[in-house]
Design a binder for this molecule. Structure first.
Ligand SMILES: [Zn+2]
Length: 291
């Protein structure tokens, strides 16, 4: 089937401009239905693909719709991709279960929507010089379950898995890599791609990330483990005088005191917190530097 992009470009409701176009993010509409407009608050995407594979372009590639941000609610997972450097595609979807829940396993895409999306992604990769490893799920950027069929990866009805989708967009000879530099990915295991908590251009930053998260390792582009965080215990220093010591490993635990300057040993990690060897409590690991 040959595809075309139906021009539905409008500047209305575009909340910001200046998209750097380094990444492509794939979404599901999140409701059972078909639509191609931005919400009044600027939420939306550049492209929308209907159930029959019709592709609408809703706004210019220079536009910055609110599509992949944290909205003050989600946690950023990707080290670089954000609303200002990402082109977004909404895939219209269907659901045989409870469409109020992203976690419902019965969300699915039609074959036509998925095939059109592969064509569109490849078209954009060639046009913008974006490499296949810069094609992401919304879920790879923040911790939102989007697109649900490619997070569940359960093959419900006609849905492919994300790996299957990625295979279909890879290997196009006319695609220029966005960068020849390697990525260092931080995951629990290479196979468990959804455990990835960051991808970095430098080994140093990847190591720092792995060091902050027990059980994570750094992998190169070939999937080879190139760094394993050294074992507990390890030593840290507070980054500022404003680092509370808490009675437990969460921000909901009460503060014992502010952590005085000095060197401390961490003997256990939980929930992003580290337990101090001196017995005084737990500190948030993002607020201390490993030494
Ligand atoms: Zn999304």
């Amino acid at each position: 089937m040959s595809y075309k992009i139906t021009n539905a470009i409008s500047s209305s409701r575009v909340p910001a401009w200046g998209n750097k176009k380094k990444y492509i993010a794939v979404h599901y509409l999140g409701v059972v239905g078909q639509a191609h407009d931005l919400a009044s608050d600027g939420c939306g995407a550049h492209f929308y693909i209907y159930w029959d594979g019709t592709i609408y372009q809703r706004c210019s590639l220079d536009a910055v719709p609110w599509a992949v941000g944290t909205a003050g609610y989600y946690t950023q997972k990707h080290p670089e991709a954000n609303n200002y450097n990402t082109i977004s595609i909404e895939m219209c979807c269907k659901c045989d279960g409870n469409a109020a829940l992203a976690s419902d396993p019965k969300w699915y895409f039609t074959k036509e929507t998925q095939e059109a999306c592969v064509w569109l992604v490849r078209h954009l990769m060639g046009q913008l010089g974006i490499a296949a490893d810069h094609v992401l799920r919304h879920y790879d950027i923040v911790n939102k379950v989007c697109p649900a069929p490619y997070v569940h990866n359960n093959h419900y009805k006609t849905s492919w898995t994300w790996d299957e989708f990625k295979k279909k967009i890879a290997g196009s000879g006319d695609i220029l890599p966005a960068s020849t530099k390697p990525w260092y990915r931080v995951r629990k295991t290479w196979k468990n791609a959804s455990s990835q908590i960051g991808a970095f251009k430098t080994m140093k930053k990847a190591k720092q990330c792995a060091d902050q998260h027990a059980g994570y390792h750094v992998y190169n582009d070939a999937g080879k483990k190139v760094y394993t965080s050294s074992k507990i215990p390890y030593k840290v220093e507070p980054k500022s005088s404003n680092v509370p010591i808490r009675t437990g490993p969460a921000k909901t635990y009460s503060r014992v005191q502010m952590c005085p300057a000095g060197t401390y040993a961490i003997i256990e990690e939980k929930n992003g917190f580290g337990r101090l060897k001196n017995g005084s409590g737990w500190v948030y690991l993002k607020k201390v530097t490993r030494i």
